[in-house]
Design a protein around this ligand. Structure first.
Ligand code: ADP
Ligand code: ZN
Length: 520
């Protein structure tokens, strides 16, 4: 009788307990069933196929795109006494032949293969002659054209279920949105796979997303009030802003170190080392910082610029609170972020399909920012996980945002954009709504428009907030070619026709601090 999964976990890997859904996944695959595993990075995906491979007769074949990591994985397994090997382009021909021989002789427990090798006729033929216990497809989102990491070689992996329908397959990824999941299932023939999606929640992280007004002052206030002595990461989009922000925090007495690709590698290493070794160091970084850094007591992650996607936001905020103690993910965002990121997408070299993907991802991120209900529920829903109750540990739960019926105001704003012939920026349209009498406005004759002065019931801040939300939610678009002119989109028709209601977030009073807003 083969040893039980738990015995293997303990004797081979030296862990006491399975984590989360690992036990159920191992059980499923060990018994010959298919599985799709959606688990965040660091969740423990590897054991989900390694243990079944040790239990099942034959060799477990692992498809992995990360050639650089194969060697490490195989070395680590060998240290544990597992018979593991890899096949990729870094091996000399005689080494390759040796590994293939071991594979055919069944002298391996696990064989890691690069996808481009696996799908060659020659290797498929070898597979047919070997005894394969299971196929594990790591980084399975690479089959998805919806994702960033699409790889043509992964596309070919449909061969596996066509040629070897009787061999169980387990696909694993940390990218779990619904579209990607559907593509993985369709491409890899996983219709009968049990889907294990879990472990995305980080209950000890408190999420806060606030309106950006004076980001440096807001950051300073946040740090002074909540994290005066703590280690944390502040993310900015540009190198210049990283430098500025680090200098600013230093001048305010924080140990703040910049980190971006423009620094020399010694400098980056020095800053990274200090962050790891010293207490209370704040690293101000572009997104380049954090990969592979495992510091358990990062107490906060602050974003001064909006990440490009929910995945990116999740990954970056996920660097906080790895020790399980209370930590904060804090972000300010404003209209300029939305405009900058949308422009980045439009100006990128990517083809139209990828641009569409990026646009959708950004929209999802904006949806999270504008959410008026529990952020954690919204975040987890994006990853396909349902949280039954609001979390009680995000800004929206702790102090539910005031909303207001903005239907009428939105209609005024949209009409005013229309009346000014969609040829002006937000500021000008607001001047018209407020009935201001600037020289340019009068010269244009906009004081004679029917929408002139119809918005005096709101002040300028309220109009700016409304326009930001109308743009963020896609009712208006900003034309970058034409210096920020705002234009109507198709989405605004129902609002203009009076067929749709619009409830918007009432932006908090900027003079109130986040602590006061939470009622502390
Ligand atoms: P992923 O592939 O999901 O990013 P890994 O498989 O590399 O994650 O696992 C992340 C870390 O967690 C590794 O150091 C691994 O050894 C550890 N780990 C996984 N499962 C367990 C467990 N049941 N008990 C303790 N540590 C675990
Ligand atoms: Zn919540």
């Amino acid at each position: 009788m083969p040893p039980s999964p738990l015995e293997i976990l303990r004797t081979v890997f030296g862990y006491r307990q399975f984590r989360g859904p690992q036990a159920a996944i191992v059980e499923r695959v060990a018994q010959g069933g298919d599985a799709l595993v959606l688990m965040p990075t660091g969740g423990g995906k590897s054991l989900c196929y390694q243990i079944p491979a040790l239990i099942r007769p034959g060799v477990g074949v692992v498809v992995s795109p990360l050639i650089a990591l194969m060697q490490d994985q195989v070395d680590a397994l060998r240290q544990l006494g597992v018979r593991a090997a890899f096949l990729n382009s870094t091996l000399a021909p005689d080494q390759q032949r040796k590994v293939e021989r071991q594979f055919l002789d069944g002298d391996l427990d696990l064989l890691y293969v690069a996808p481009e090798r696996l799908t060659t006729e020659r290797f498929l033929d070898t597979l047919a002659r070997a005894t394969v216990g299971l196929f594990a497809i790591d980084e399975a989102h690479c089959v998805s054209q919806w994702g960033h990491d699409f790889r043509a070689d992964y596309w070919q992996l449909s061969l596996l279920h066509q040629r070897f329908p009787q061999i169980p397959r387990i696909a694993l990824t940390a990218t779990a949105d619904e579209r990607t999941r559907q593509e993985i299932i369709a491409r890899l023939g996983l219709e009968r796979a049990e889907v294990f999606c879990s472990g995305f929640d980080r209950p000890n992280i408190r999420y806060t997303i606030a309106d950006k007004r004076n980001p440096k002052a807001q950051l300073l206030h946040f740090l002074r009030a909540e994290h005066p002595e703590d280690a944390g990461i502040v993310y900015c989009l540009s190198r210049k802003k990283v430098e500025d922000t680090a200098a600013f925090l230093q001048s305010e007495g924080f140990t703040a170190l910049p980190y971006h690709a423009g620094l020399s590698s010694e400098e980056r290493q020095r800053h990274q080392r200090r962050f790891l070794m010293e207490e209370g160091v704040v690293v101000v970084a572009t997104i380049a910082f954090g990969m592979g850094i495992d510091k358990p007591n990062v107490r906060f992650v602050a974003h001064l610029d909006l990440p490009k996607s929910v995945e990116a936001y999740y990954q970056e905020t996920g660097r906080a609170g790895r020790d399980g103690l209370a930590a904060e993910a804090w972000m300010v965002y404003g209209l300029q972020d939305v405009i900058t990121l949308r422009k980045l997408v439009e100006d990128s070299e990517a083809d139209e399909i990828h641009k569409r993907v990026e646009r959708h991802k950004l929209e999802a991120m904006l949806g999270l920012c504008e959410a008026t209900a529990c952020r954690r529920q919204a975040l987890l829903r994006y990853f396909g996980e349902e949280l039954a109750e609001p979390c009680g540990n995000c800004d929206n739960c702790l102090s539910p945002p005031a909303t207001w019926d903005a239907t009428e105001a939105a209609r005024k704003a949209l009409s005013c954009v229309y009346r000014t012939q969609q040829r002006f920026g937000t500021r000008h349209v607001i001047d018209v709504l407020l009935g201001r009498a600037g020289e340019r406005l009068l010269r244009l004759g906009h004081d004679r428009l029917s929408t002139y002065g119809i918005g005096k019931d709101l002040d300028e801040k309220q109009w700016l907030s409304l326009f930001r939300q109308l743009i963020t939610l896609g009712y208006l678009m900003v034309d970058h070619e034409a210096h920020g002119v705002v234009k109507l989109t198709d989405a605004c028709r129902p609002v203009l026709r009076g067929e749709a209601q619009l409830r918007l977030r009432r932006d908090p009073d900027p003079s109130a601090s986040s602590r006061e807003r939470r009622g502390a």
